[in-house]
Design a protein around this ligand. Structure first.
Ligand code: AMP
Ligand code: GLY
Length: 423
């Protein structure tokens, strides 16, 4: 089989490595892939948002199955276009990807179908947003409607700060079209859990839960990033919580999307907060999380391609989605200065990996002599799995410590919150 994977980060590297475990897989094309992915797949210089380029490539190569991993091409309709030329795809169509593409849509969906989430109001006029904020108390959360690379969420500690955020988004054009509409919502408290789930719109098969570490610096300080590390499973996500989430959130969401004629097939990511009033949805993503995937897929025992195909053709009920009874930890090694300004182009030295360790490359390109050079803010994920969480953390850090490039930095406390929760 020839497979095409759209995307080029650490998440895609993890997906491609897992797909490779199936002996039926021959060629994997990664569009665009990256310097590290090139060891596992044929990288093609076509960007993940270049839909005409992607479709043209698919037309001229014998592609049996496509996996569309990032949010942008999903929201833009990459799956719709590939399907229209007869290529089976893993990932939701555009009309379903809107669950991530528009916060106004997802909040309205939850309100209509009684799915627990923070109370909110949506605004398209700045004056109305400001007047509403005068009636509220801080802390309060201001979110840009559309995709904003995880940077469109402001947790305002004062009403003035919230007003400034609303002004920036709605009048300042800071997020372009994404900010023309804002959602202002209640500030929730409690531990956060990420749950990725396969769904073919008939059944939902959740993957092992995980915990992201979004801030750039130790102790959850510094700016919000795409994610600086993850552990799985998430100790707060007990069997009782899982059952409640299935009944109150996962199944109702799938049914709601069916009801709205926006059938979702693919990986639905539930960003949850376990509040004193029960689990609530903070956000939906229409795709695998990054770097959640880097800890979830190493724990997957079942065959990923089989699951993806079943998800695409509506037979997910018939396949096993089994996870190892183990723990995994991913430490993201980034370029100093990320998520703002950082230098790149540095040569990298990578450690050998074993049966229970992985290096997933996120931001690297190949130099003239085939050497790996850093090319992004998040450069790689050092991942380990083990029988216990402390052992997984220790092994992931031992691996990260052997990664060498100029200006490398990583958080030293990935997994500590999870360890404290278990104690
Ligand atoms: P998002 O980009 O929607 O994932 O939001 C980024 C982060 O902001 C989340 O991971 C939460 O930590 C935080 N956040 C978002 N919405 C809320 C809320 N209503 N209450 C408290 N924290 C929130
Ligand atoms: N790690 C969060 C995300 O993928 O959106």
């Amino acid at each position: 089989m020839n497979i095409m994977v759209i995307g080029g980060g650490g998440r895609e590297h993890a997906i491609i490595k897992k797909l490779r475990e199936n002996p039926a897989v021959e060629t994997i094309y990664a569009l665009p892939g990256n310097g590290g992915i090139a060891a596992e797949a044929q990288c093609v210089d076509i960007g993940a948002k270049d839909l005409p380029g992607i479709v043209n490539f698919a037309r001229t190569h014998r592609i049996d199955f496509a996996v569309v991993a990032p949010d942008d091409p999903l929201v833009l309709g990459c799956v719709d276009q590939l399907q229209s030329i007869g290529i089976p795809c893993f990932g939701p169509e555009s009309k379903a990807a809107i669950i991530e593409g528009s916060k106004a849509f997802s909040k309205e969906l939850m309100k209509k179908y009684g799915i627990p989430t923070a109370k909110y109001e949506t605004f398209t006029e700045l004056e109305a947003a400001l007047a509403y904020l005068d009636t509220q108390t801080a802390p309060i959360v201001v979110k840009a409607d559309g995709l904003a690379l995880g940077k469109g969420v402001i947790i305002a500690q004062t009403i003035d700060e919230a007003k400034e955020a609303a002004r920036d988004m709605m009048a300042g054009g800071k997020f372009g079209k994404s900010g023309e509409c804002v959602v202002i919502e209640e500030f929730l408290t409690g531990p956060e859990v990420s749950v990725l789930a396969f769904t073919d719109s008939n059944v939902v098969k959740p993957m092992v839960s995980s915990m992201d570490h979004k801030r750039a610096l130790d102790g959850d300080q510094g700016l919000n990033t795409g994610g600086m590390g993850t552990v799985a499973p998430n100790p707060y996500y007990t069997d009782a919580v899982a059952q409640r989430c299935m009944e109150e959130i996962f199944l109702p969401t799938i049914r709601a999307m069916n009801e709205e004629n926006r059938t979702f097939r693919g990986c639905l990511y539930f960003g949850l907060m376990l509040t004193p009033d029960g689990p609530k949805v903070i956000e939906y993503n229409c795709r695998f999380g990054d770097p959640e995937t880097q800890v979830v897929l190493p724990l997957l025992e079942s065959d990923l391609l089989t699951i993806m195909q079943a998800t695409a053709n509506g037979t997910l009920a018939d396949v096993d989605v089994k996870f190892r009874d183990e723990h995994a930890c991913c430490v993201v090694v980034a370029s100093e200065g990320y998520p703002l300004k950082y230098d790149k182009g540095f040569a990298m030295t990578l450690p050998e990996t074993g049966a229970d360790t992985e290096i997933y490359i996120a931001g690297a390109k190949l130099g003239e002599n085939g050497e790996l050079l850093t090319s992004g803010g998040r450069v790689l994920g050092a991942v380990a799995r083990a029988e216990t969480l402390p052992a997984a953390i220790e092994k992931a850090y031992a691996l990260a410590a052997q990664v060498q490039f100029e200006n490398a930095f990583y958080r030293k406390d990935i997994g500590q919150r999870a360890l404290a929760a278990k104690a």
